[in-house]
Each structure stands twice: as C-alpha cells, then as structure tokens.
Design a protein around this ligand. Sequence first.
Ligand code: THU
Length: 160
Amino acid sequence: MEQIDITSTLQVYDNLEELSEDIQDLMKKAVEARDNAYAPYSNFKVGAAILLEDNQIVTGNNQENAAYPSGLCAERVAIFHASAMYPDKKMITIALAARSENKILRIPTPPCGACRQVIAEYEIKQDQPIAIYFMAEKGKVIKVDSIKTLLPLVFDPSYL
Ligand code: THU
C-alpha cells in the first residue's frame, strides 16, 4: 500500500485593501453582480467577475428557480457567459463575492464542487491556470493560483 498526501497552498489576505487595485476593481464588479443575483429561495447571493486576457470583464450571478435544480451558480453563469461571448479569449482571474440576507458572512465562500469542475474544464481548454479570489461579505480574501488547488484529482478529458 502506498499513501499519497496532497497539499494545497492558499494565500489569505486580511482584507480587500491588501490586494492590488486591479483585483479590488475586479472584486467590486463581483460585488455589483452579487447584488443583482436572483436568489429569492436561498437569499444567498453570489457574484462572479472574470478578467479576460484583453482586460474585458465578464460577470455573472446566481439565478434560482422554483424548480430548485434548474437554477445555476454565479461561477457557471459567468464562465458560460464569457465562453459564449468570447470563446477564444483566455480567462486570467475570477473574483467571487457572496452575501447572505440571513447572517453576516465572514468566512470566504469558495466555489461549490460543480463550479470547480467547470472552472477546471476551461483551465484545461485554455492550457493556462485561472487565479481565483474569493470572499464573503466582509473580511478575509483567499487566493488560489489555479482550480487544481481546490480540486485535486480532477476528472479531465484524458480519462475519456
Ligand atoms: N451558489 C453559487 O452561486 N455559487 C457557489 O459556489 C455556491 C452556491 C448559489 C447557488 C444557490 O443559488 C445559492 O448560492 C445557495 O446555494
């Protein structure tokens, strides 16, 4: 028997002001998108802003539905938006911001498992990692250099 240990390195910033102005601006776009989310069932709003290689920013937010599984997370709305509009532009950075109407969120909110798989698909497609910054309503911001940090042992096309 062989044991394999997998380690992940995350960078934790005390607050948004510790980050570069470019990342602060991207996070502000995520916050704006978050506030426009359609989340009447969970009251949990998430916004995503994606910086493309040509400096355009594409956003998305969660869209819920009375038939719950028909809704979609902010990350996938934004990524599919970017890929639909600009299929040949690489995605450089994604900023994520979450807010609950029920409590003040302070722990940075990472992408869900399904969104990690989707982000991985586009990293593989463009053959370049996508940096991800995520935060809650207030407080710390976490950065990972690649989705591989959050999704080791990804299922990728090489298995097909
Ligand atoms: N949600 C996202 O938009 N992104 C995530 O990564 C986690 C969850 C949304 C889905 C649903 O509309 C609400 O948050 C509560 O799960």
